[in-house]
Design a binder for this molecule. Structure first.
Ligand code: RIB
Ligand code: CA
Length: 313
């Protein structure tokens, strides 16, 4: 597989951080053209700061980080400090970022980058609310056919919601943006809670991160130890679900994942089910499939890949 050129759109978030580290640890498969921050887990001022801290943790202060939208398209911002802590990256003590934040707005960076690269060569990897990506598609409709694919973490079907009974956080925060992306016609690969809740950082897997012994390995162990408590308490799960790294892992080893090409629509009318991803898993409607919606992952293979790659940083 040729090296994939990607833009990571993100709201770090400990799991976003691990996804970014995995991408930066895999230069043979992935070229990170830039990182665009969006408001989500914590406000934009923190997500853009956290993104830069993660790049410096990876030894990559050369990566360009851009700030994007500080609120959803049509709703008040909902954040998730209850999961990720006040900073969004609670757990390790990381130094303040030194690398600069880019001047250009993230939405304009996305538009310019897709226009400047060969058509079909750039993949967008949203790991948070889809506000930046939707704004880029709305501002520059010409980029939609030029985007290779959008590989995103978001949504839920069999697993139902994690922020409301029916919605997953990334989609719930900006359902209008999600509707734009899911109706854009761009090829979509979706990592919903149905699969990310099977990628759990058990104690043994956390020990393996720590045993890497490097600042990256220790920081990742501290990050996942911090943000596991929410899921352990709510679901009784065995550890933190590594939601966002499923996106990067798919780019490297798509064979680790299985899913179904189905139609997925976004609830944007009812407050009761706002942000629900209505996946036609059993194809009972005539709505055209628009997403490869993942349902399963080889968790041991995923963690073997992740641990091996993190050890390279
Ligand atoms: O629901 C999980 C998603 O919401 C993850 O991307 C996490 O980082 C938060 O953004
Ligand atoms: Ca995220």
């Amino acid at each position: 597989m040729s090296k994939q050129k990607i833009i990571i759109d993100t709201d770090p978030g400990q799991d976003d951080a691990v996804a970014i580290l995995l991408a930066l640890a895999s230069p043979d498969e992935i070229e990170v053209l830039g990182i665009t921050a969006v408001a989500g887990n914590v406000p934009l001022a923190l997500t853009q700061r956290n993104a830069r801290m993660v790049c410096e943790l990876a030894g990559r202060p050369d990566i360009r980080v851009f700030a994007g939208c500080d609120r959803p398209l049509g709703r008040d911002l909902v954040t998730a400090e209850h999961v990720h802590g006040k900073s969004g990256l609670d757990g390790p003590v990381l130094p303040d970022p030194v690398m600069p934040l880019q001047e250009q707005h993230a939405v304009d960076f996305i538009i310019d980058t897709v226009r400047e690269h060969a058509s079909g060569s750039v993949t967008l990897c949203p790991l948070g609310p889809l506000t930046n990506v939707a704004m880029a598609l709305e501002k520059a409709p010409d980029i939609a056919p030029r985007i290779r694919q959008i590989v995103l973490m978001g949504g839920a079907y069999f697993e139902v919601g994690n922020i409301t009974p029916s919605a997953e956080f990334n989609i719930y925060v900006d359902p209008q943006a999600a509707r734009i992306v899911f109706r854009s016609g761009v090829p979509l690969v979706v990592m919903p809670l149905d699969v990310t809740h099977k990628a759990l950082v058990t104690a043994a897997r956390n020990d393996a991160f720590r045993a890497i012994g490097s600042p990256v390995g220790i920081a990742v162990a501290q990050m996942t130890e911090f943000f596991e408590r929410f899921d352990k308490e709510k679901y009784g799960s065995l550890g933190a679900p590594l939601h966002d790294p499923c996106v990067t892992a798919w780019l490297i080893r798509p064979d680790l994942f299985t899913g179904r090409h189905v139609n997925v629509e976004i609830e944007t009318q009812s407050e009761l089910t706002m942000g629900m991803t209505v996946a036609d898993w059993w194809r009972v409607t005539r709505r055209a499939p628009n997403a490869l919606f993942m349902g399963d992952v080889d968790a041991d293979g995923f963690f073997d890949l992740l641990t091996e790659r993190l050890a390279r940083l």
